[in-house]
Design a protein around this ligand. Sequence first.
Ligand code: GA4
Length: 329
Amino acid sequence: MVVLAKGELEQISLPIAHKPGTFFSGIPVIDLSEPSSKTLLVRACEEVGFFKVTNHGIAMDLMAKLEAEAMRFFTLPQVEKELLGSGSPLGYGSKRIGCNGDLGWLEYLLLEVTSKPMSQTSLSYLKEPSASSFCSALNEYIMGVRKLACEVLELLAEGLNIQPRNLLSKLVMDEESDSVLRLNHYPPCPHLQGLNCSLTGFGEHTDPQIISLLRSNNTSGLEISLRDGSWVSVPPDQNSFYVNVGDSLQVLTNGRFRSVKHRVLANSISSRVSMIYFGGPPPREKLAPLPLLMEEGEQSLYREFTWCEYKRSAYKTRLADNRLGQFEK
Ligand code: GA4
């Protein structure tokens, strides 16, 4: 259960920006089985930095299975959930996001993703048979979603005309890739009923990694910020994935692709459950605009840095901070 102390509710309330339930219809939808998908993917990354993919190859019952396992976990007694760490940054967390004072109306489980299957020992505090079925759903899902990230990044490389085809995908497929899986549970927020404000589920931010793939249940809440700074509501779709460009991909493309700002608003009636894979590069990977993508005379907007350096600095920031600022030239 998410319980807020006195004063914390005020800290995460937001003025209502638009009527909840009015969904934005301009989000690019890309059918991965269509030959035109690579061109459409590039355009979506340039114009919005956010898109929906259909025909993604991940079985619906696998998504439903992990959602059910996640809900089973989130309904455990608080003391049992807290055995899985303190959420700073990895493990179970509630309300507190990161280590610098951000609060949100959610609880979550943040897990490290490696190329090897997660062993049950990382969930060993959970009672059997929960640990083994949760672990197998997680491993199956991670395998599928990593493959999907790889496919999207390969299509993007093709669409951008860069070779080899795995130039981008190898960053998230490397044995040392630093990726994470986040399971978020936004419980319904009864305080909201009758109030003329909304509550922050997860405050506005951009993702530091290369690419993020999100699947949620059918509850709304996710919003993205458009180029003009307005916030629009993303229609929930439990059968598809929403994909967004992360800061690292914005750097590799010298700002051609847009790392989109997004946030989640709490809902007064239903629970929102999301599962997000953040595909990151290996710690020692050097990030800088790819020379292959630079036009003649184009200036590099960013100095070179390693993922490890970026991540270290990102974890010192607040959610809404502009993390790339200090790496701009
Ligand atoms: C945003 C994307 C991922 O959820 C995350 C988040 C991380 C955390 O929750 O610990 C951060 C946030 C995210 C960016 C800035 C820092 C780090 C919270 C925070 C205030 C797991 C990630 O990699 O960066």
